[in-house]
Design a protein around this ligand. Sequence first.
Ligand SMILES: NC(=O)c1ccc[n+]([C@@H]2O[C@H](COP(=O)([O-])OP(=O)(O)OC[C@H]3O[C@@H](n4cnc5c(N)ncnc54)[C@H](O)[C@@H]3O)[C@@H](O)[C@H]2O)c1
Length: 285
Amino acid sequence: MRIAITGSNGKLGRAVVERLTRDGHEVVGFDRSGPAGSGFTLVDLLDYGQTLDAMLGVTARHDGVDALVHLAAIPVNGLVPDATTFHNNLTVSFNVMFAALRAGVRTIVAASSITAMGFPFDEPPPYLPVDEGFTAANNTYGLAKVLEEAMFAQLVRWQESTSITALRFTNVVGEDEYDSFALAGDPSYRRDLLGSYLDVRDGAELVALALTHARPGLETYVAAAPDSGLEIPSRELAATWCPGVELRRPLGEHESLVSSEKARRELGFEARHLWRHEYRGSRSE
Ligand SMILES: NC(=O)c1ccc[n+]([C@@H]2O[C@H](COP(=O)([O-])OP(=O)(O)OC[C@H]3O[C@@H](n4cnc5c(N)ncnc54)[C@H](O)[C@@H]3O)[C@@H](O)[C@H]2O)c1
């Protein structure tokens, strides 16, 4: 397939480009920053004209795409003013999704976030492990993700046989970002993520699986490693961080409090890069 990837020069985007290229796909990257190169085009996705034109074709690059992976966003609050995060991300998502549908693209995978399901969890979720059944936003980045998911639910109905998969990523850890797991014995480590993490290569694997299993309609999946990023048993973390919150099932010793069970069950997703293998340093208790 020829696949357009927005945000192709970002952390997740680079891993997805590498993964889908390795799988034999032709990849077309769109980002507002990044080095010139074959298969890559500088596009300001805030501009609908640029976005639609790039989706339809780019001379010497492509003449249309079969599928879209939409990753472009400002990935967290704090980098720019809060309202700018909201305006950029919501507008970019509308422009990209609407342009793709106008261009005849019917298979779409888009990045959502656990900020659409309660991050930073100052108010505990109603049950643990928390999953796709819970939606709540507590900042402008999360608010845009919740509204994007709501927009996808409507857009997916407008053209027959459209498939949109929204992946609610937790914190994505790059191959060179495992040093912070030195703090895995500290009960405040990853508190705002309920202890969760996901290796960037596993994130790319889930994108590939979502493309393979695409079927008409909108599906939402949590994207997290199956284990927590802490040494402390998960029952203890749940009791400390979310006292009195219902445990939907008995927790495995280091089971993640953010569940990707639906992705495992429906897409066959198994995260392969777990911090207990990837982290090379010594741990503080
Ligand atoms: N990194 C994480 O921990 C994490 C967690 C949850 C969800 N996500 C989501 O995953 C996706 C990818 O995140 P990432 O970590 O790779 O972020 P990143 O910042 O590394 O990459 C995002 C890319 O989007 C591009 N972009 C942003 N606005 C643009 C615009 N107006 N026009 C063109 N390009 C634009 C940026 O230039 C950047 O290269 C995002 O949607 C993010 O919200 C990331």
